[in-house]
Structures are given as C-alpha cells and as structure tokens.
Design a protein around this ligand. Sequence first.
Ligand SMILES: [Zn+2]
Length: 221
Amino acid sequence: MATKLRIHVSPPDMNQPITTPYPVDKANRWNSQYDDGGLEPLVKVFMTQPAYSRICVHSSSDMQNEVGGVLVGEWCVNAKQGEQFIIVEHALPARHTKQGSIYLTFTQDSLVDIHEQIDKHHNGKKIVGWYHTHPRMGIFLSHYDTWLHNNFFPEPWQVALVVEPHTSLGGFFVRQTAGLLDPSRYFGFYELDGSFGRSMVTWKNLSQYEERQKEGDAPHE
Ligand SMILES: [Zn+2]
C-alpha cells in the first residue's frame, strides 16, 4: 500500500494549459441540480461523445462491483475570460484495479498500463481526472474517494466522475476556485457533439440546458 503514495499521475511537463476558446457552439450543456447553486467550480468540463459512450459501456459491464479508469484529454484556458476548462476526449479503463463492491483502487500495474496506453495512443494528452462506478450507491465521493482524488489526481483542474449504472446517474466532482472539493455536490458537463449532432446522454439526474437557443443561435429542429 505504501508504494502507491509515491506514484505521481501527472508528469512534470503537464503544467501548462492550452489557450483556446470554449467549444460551446458545438456542445449541449447538461446541468445537475447543483449547477448555478452558488458553487464556483475551477474548471468547466467538456466531454466528447465517444468518451461518454466508452464510460457508459464500461460502467454497465459490471453491475455488482465498482469499475473505473482515467479520463484523458486537454486542460485549457480561455484567453478572453481567463477561465479554465478541461476536455475529456478518451476514457481508459483501468485493467488491473482491485475491485470490490464498495471500493476501487488504482494499483501500480494499472497506472503503468495507463501511462503506456497514453504514450502509445494519446501522446501529449493529459490525465484530466478519473471515473468510477457506484453500483446502487448514488453519486457522491466517499472518504476513500476523496483521499484517492487528492493523492492521485492532485492538480486543481483534475476531476472525479461518478456513475451509477443501475439507475443511470452521473456527475463530476470539481474543485472550487478556493481549492475545496465538495464530496456531495456534483456538476454536469458540456457534451461535445459527434458527427450526428444528437445527444447521447442518458443520465437521469442531469437536465439539458438550452444555452445555444438563449444565445440566439439556430434552435434545434
Ligand atoms: Zn466511490
């Protein structure tokens, strides 16, 4: 157990965000009940449809035990507003996790495997967070989850996604600007359209927020 504490998920060259505008014109916004509730998340989360789909398939592959993995993509800053955001582009299931009904951990083998996969297939991309399932448990971070998040994913912009596969729920835990992580209040995300332009999101605890229509763009058909 002690050796796990020494593993740093983030290599030293991960310290610069990419400067780019928000990709909001290509995204559907999904809000949780805690969005716009006075919390100030440090980053907004964007997620591609392939990453969402991969997470859903993995999450429902084991309805009894927790499964999980890492979220890979980009850490960005919007030059105009100076606001940070992440883009989840890929989900890499952890292949060697120790699974149990109430816990999941990243072993040294699974982290080595994940870094090998990133070097091979997603070179230059960053680990922007992690995800895991809570079969029949709801969306929150346990004490252990919070410990794991702070030790393995310590960058302020790294997030934790929790998925409940039985009732189809999901939410992102994001540190606030002051650095605090609320273990019970989670956020929605921006779904980045694939080639079909149709939403894939089925998490019942999130609701679609029609940002594009409010901004005066062409309404959906
Ligand atoms: Zn958990």
